[in-house]
Design a protein around this ligand. Structure first.
Ligand code: MN
Length: 340
């Protein structure tokens, strides 16, 4: 069988590897059908992730067909379509004991810390597999994971129907948050520095868009004086400066959710937080969100297909990566297909 392997930074190959077999009697064997390329796969390619031990099989957004099940597998059957939660947690640390396994002290993510799903077959514990109706296209099934990121961040922010949600960043994660927040009935304002990305967000249903290189928040609120400020804001850019621009525009009691992963400090203004009793929370990966997202996709509350900009065969992964590097504006989510 074939697998995508990042041998070392800037060296990604499609190569023959030994056929995957069941790794335990509580595992299921999955014939991988589709996978989404994510920012963390790109960090793996560029050598900018502190967590990766090379060589690594990338891919933490993937779906496939179950072709074999271990003797102790209870709920999943051969022929089921599944989407995989890439989080591996210890089950015993403080976070795991309190039900927050996504921030486990010994957290590992498939495709980052250990081999991921970008190979033709992969053995995965039944507990990490989530059944999805076979009427859902494969390329949608692999996008459950990025939508769990959206669901986690909005649930951390306590999304309500009457919220005015601000999303900084209209990349793939910003777009998953946009579609999810709209499905909750919220009003959504999304910003980016790229007109192309803003146009896409508008098409996907954003109520308001801001190109922050052209329009200040002051101008935006002057023009839209019926909006007094944001009640919930999500930083889907992850730059330390973003929170500095968010805080002054929050309404009292607002909630701010951060997804960034940089070590550079922010110059946030304490008074903005204290005076308005803002809540600032972090959101990482997702916790118990796969069943929720699968259900919403099956009920067609939003259409993940809308965030796909390109589809490549997994054997052309290098072309997909070059497109992301050279034309980032043209790309939203790139999906790889694994049908030989
Ligand atoms: Mn991802």
């Amino acid at each position: 069988m074939k697998a995508i392997v990042i041998k070392e930074p800037h060296k990604i190959i499609v190569t023959d590897v030994e056929m995957e077999t069941l790794k335990s009697n509580t595992d299921v064997l999955i014939q991988v059908k589709s996978g989404g390329i994510c920012g963390s796969d790109m960090h793996g390619y560029h050598g900018t992730s502190p967590f990766i031990n090379y060589p690594v099989v990338p891919g933490h957004e993937f779906s496939g067909l179950v072709t074999e099940v271990g003797s102790e597998v209870k709920k999943i059957k051969v022929g089921d379509h599944v989407s995989v939660d890439p989080v591996i947690s210890c089950g015993t640390c403080y976070a795991c004991q309190t039900g927050r396994y996504n921030v486990c002290s010994d957290l590992k993510v498939r495709g980052v810390h250990v081999d991921g799903g970008f190979k033709e077959y992969v053995s995965i514990p039944e507990a990490s597999c989530h059944k999805i109706n076979e009427s859902i296209p494969w390329e949608v099934a692999c996008l459950v994971e990025p939508f769990t990121i959206a669901s986690q961040s909005l649930s951390r922010g306590g999304i309500r129907q009457n919220d005015t949600v601000y999303i900084a960043g209209a990349g793939p994660i910003g777009l998953t948050i946009l579609l999810t927040a709209k499905s909750e009935g919220a009003t959504v304002i999304i910003s980016d520095i790229s007109d192309k990305k803003i146009e896409r967000a508008k098409k996907l249903g954003a109520d308001y868009v801001i190109n922050t290189t052209k329009t200040s928040f002051e101008e935006f609120f002057k023009k839209n004086s019926h909006l007094a400020g944001f009640t919930l804001a999500i930083d889907a850019v992850g730059h330390p400066s973003i929170i500095e621009t968010i805080l002054p525009n929050m309404l009292p009691t607002g909630r701010v959710v951060l997804l960034g992963f940089l070590k550079t400090p922010s110059n946030l203004i304490q008074m903005e937080v204290t005076k308005k009793e803002l809540d600032i929370k972090g959101s990482r990966l997702s916790c118990d969100k796969f069943p929720i997202v699968v259900d919403r996709i099956e009920k067609k509350l939003f259409d993940p297909k809308k965030i796909i900009s390109h589809t490549f065969s997994f054997t052309d992964v290098e072309d997909a990566i070059q497109l992301l590097i050279n034309h980032p504006d043209q790309c939203a989510k790139i999906v790889l297909t694994f049908d030989a």
